[in-house]
Ligand binder design. Structure first.
Ligand code: ADP
Ligand code: MG
Length: 237
């Protein structure tokens, strides 16, 4: 225990919650498949970043997470890698319809970056990723979603449009990521986020990431996450 406490200090990480899994020190501690391990190496990721050290084992254990960390800390892989494992654990992957994982981000640019990173880890597994944000016509997007996918990376407004058009169902969605939640709120997406969260089955795993935790985001987290572990990076004096 002492060893773990010391290690968390060196990561400048603060963790709160019940029965929190120990942080990992290397990607090899995650028990990833060879395919995923190779994809990580291909990305040039040699060792996990601080948030990844703590968030990966928590997410892999199926727990909800509130992740508070600045830009550039490596949050994307912290939620995408466990999402890939979560999807590969589904017994009837290709038989049912609709995404298993949904990632919401505030802007088209941020969603696009996540989309590119998610594809690098998803593709070697035959997992399909769809981008649901401005840039593609709604008609094209509708067709792509109808063809099927396991992961959707979206901005909240465009996902709502696609849900209204019945381009997808979220019946089998069990892994939800709200990335840069504070910025999504700043941009006025609270109603859309609440609508999306409200339409996804409550037994999902939910991960919320934010650089700051204003009261509104705190309230969303309290209402939408189950027994979350809170991981804060970079604020230990
Ligand atoms: P955040 O979402 O916290 O701003 P990103 O997930 O976008 O951070 O990652 C920031 C940068 O760090 C990206 O270029 C990403 O490819 C890189 N990166 C992420 N994890 C690692 C790692 N373990 N080792 C090296 N580079 C990494
Ligand atoms: Mg990010």
């Amino acid at each position: 225990e002492q060893d773990v406490t010391e290690y968390r200090k060196t990561l400048a990480i603060r963790v709160s919650g019940f029965d929190v899994p120990k942080p990992i020190k290397s990607f090899a501690d995650c028990g990833f498949s060879n395919v995923l391990t190779n994809a990580i190496a291909k990305q040039g990721y040699e060792r996990p970043t601080a948030i990844q050290c703590q968030a990966l084992p928590i997410a892999l254990s199926g727990r909800d997470i509130i992740g508070i960390a600045k830009t550039g800390s490596g949050k994307t892989a912290a939620f995408v890698l466990p999402m890939i494992v979560h999807i590969m654990d589904q017994p009837e992957l290709k038989k049912e319809e609709g995404p298993i994982g949904i990632i919401c981000a505030p802007t088209r640019e941020l969603a696009h970056q996540i989309y590119l990173e998610a594809k690098k880890f998803a593709k070697p597994h035959g997992i399909r990723v769809s981008a649901v944000y401005g840039g593609m016509s709604k008609h094209e997007q509708f067709k792509e979603l109808k063809a099927g996918c396991e992961i959707v990376v979206c901005t909240p407004g465009r996902l709502i449009d696609m849900l209204k058009m019945k381009a997808l169902t979220m019946l089998r969605t069990t892994y939800l990521v709200l990335d840069e939640a504070d910025r999504m709120f700043d941009l006025g997406f609270e109603p859309q986020i609440r609508s999306i969260v409200g339409q996804i089955r409550p037994d999902r795993q939910t991960l919320l990431f934010s650089a700051t935790m204003p009261r509104k985001v705190e309230r969303l987290a309290r209402e939408s996450l189950t027994d979350p572990v809170r991981v804060t990076v970079g604020e230990i004096g």
